[in-house]
Design a protein around this ligand. Structure first.
Ligand code: HEM
Length: 408
């Protein structure tokens, strides 16, 4: 399985813990023959080191296989020195202060999602909660995209992020390129509409007005930014949340432990970090060797590709005592779920807040539930690993109604 490892391969997803353990113990720079071949970097210290070697490991392309875009995606595939210029442009938009200011709007979205569930016997918690929250956060709160277009954009972005494992790389790339084009055309219309009707405080209006070295961004650069921010903003968080909501059915004690600490902000902060360590939704990103060198006892040539396996690094016993245990008050917790180095997740504060708000509202107001007897959760592979369908049946809504009332 190690020789065929790929983030797009269902066997790799299903056997991830065993594969990562074997890699860390026996072949920390494992060679996979998938998608033309690459090295899978699995130990914490090597993943961390590689993420900080931007002088010799380029981020373009950042996926294996590559999307095939001729120029780097902004900012995730950019290398120094240009990377910093572009990333800085949106730093304020994703800073802790700005994110805090968006808290009421995010909480209102969570409340609407929960109200939609209330009293119902069944729901799909992946579609209706885990995906809906981060999708609305980025499209509605950040970009001001009208509701009628959310489903279409989600569908198109998923063609890029979650290629069909049954199809060839070529077929998937063709569909992903078409989806990228469709989304760019959509953002072109949105930009035109803002230019005509006046800029607001949304992200696309901001991008249309910022400058690098005295120059406005080109329209292609603005679309390029959106093509990264939207999927990075929803698919990662959605995958984490869907896996967490599934975990509540498999390990009810996790829900109980979280419920016990959810009203204590300090404990909740620690718990959220541990959740990102334990179920990091992004299985790996690529780095491309630009200088011949020895890395982790392996001779690398120009053009060799590495896949940095964040989930494996996060379970490395060299860094984390009892790595396979979910320890909600784990300290220290230098996990790599949000990456590390210059490309460290831009949206980490937003993701953390979404997870926190969801837990605060959901745990008190949604009763326990089980996977629907006639259904099963549907996982997806791809550039994130998560659950696309989570059909559940709820237990008694009356019990939570009473306890929520007491808590207020
Ligand atoms: C639980 C949720 C999330 C996880 C686990 C996550 C994980 C990551 C990781 C591992 C990276 C590093 C990629 C690399 O080194 O090449 C990254 C980068 C990035 N993330 Fe996130 N992410 C999450 C949520 C978000 C959100 C909500 C946004 C909002 C827009 C976002 C935007 C980005 C961007 C733009 C980058 C590229 C930064 C750069 O290249 O400088 N992410 N993320």
């Amino acid at each position: 399985m190690i020789e065929k490892f790929s983030v797009h391969n269902r066997e790799s997803l299903e056997n991830r813990d065993a594969i990562f353990r074997e890699m860390r113990e026996s072949c920390p720079m494992a060679r996979s023959s998938a998608h033309g071949g690459f090295y899978a970097v699995s130990r914490y210290k090597d993943v961390y080191a590689a993420a900080h070697k931007q002088d010799v490991f380029s981020s373009f392309p950042v996926t294996i296989p590559p999307f095939g875009n001729p120029t780097p995606m902004i900012p995730i595939e950019m290398d120094p020195p240009v990377h910093r210029k572009y990333r800085t442009l949106v730093g304020t938009q994703f800073s802790p202060n700005t994110i805090e200011a968006n808290e009421p709007q995010l909480r209102a979205i969570v409340n609407t999602l929960i109200e939609n569930l209330q009293g119902r016997p069944q729901a799909d918690l992946a579609e209706e909660v885990a995906i809906a929250l981060p999708l609305r956060a980025i499209l509605e709160v950040y970009l001001g995209v009208p509701e009628k277009d959310w489903a279409m954009l989600k569908r198109e972005f998923l063609y890029m992020l979650e290629p069909d494992p049954e199809k060839s790389d070529e077929e998937n790339n063709e569909r992903a390129m078409q989806a990228g084009l469709n989304c760019s055309m959509y953002f072109a219309e949105l930009l035109e509409e803002r230019r005509t009707n006046g800029f607001g405080d949304d992200l696309i209006s901001h991008l249309a007005q910022v400058e690098i070295d005295g120059q406005r961004l080109t329209d292609d650069e603005i679309f390029g930014f959106c093509l990264v921010l939207v999927p990075a903003g929803f698919d990662t968080t959605a995958s984490l949340l869907s896996r967490l909501l599934l975990m509540f059915t498999e390990r009810p004690e996790v829900r109980e432990q979280l419920t016990a600490i959810v009203d204590d902000p300090d404990k909740l902060d620690l718990a959220v970090e541990e959740l990102v360590r334990y179920i990091p939704p992004q299985p790996g990103v690529a780095r491309n060797v630009t200088t011949p060198m020895t890395f982790a006892d392996t001779e690398l040539a120009v053009g060799d590709r590495l896949l940095l396996l964040w989930p494996s690094a996060n379970r490395d016993p060299e860094e984390f005592p009892n790595p396979d245990e979910l320890i909600l008050d784990r300290q220290p917790n230098r996990h790599l779920g949000f990456g590390s180095g210059i490309h460290r997740c831009l949206g980490s504060h937003l993701a953390r807040l979404e997870i926190k708000i969801l837990l605060q509202e959901f745990l008190h107001r949604v009763p326990t539930y089980a996977v629907a007897p006639d259904a099963k959760p549907l996982w997806h592979t791809g550039n994130t690993w998560g659950v696309t369908e989570l059909p559940v049946v709820f237990e008694d809504w009356d019990t939570v109604g009473a306890s929520a009332g007491q808590g207020e």
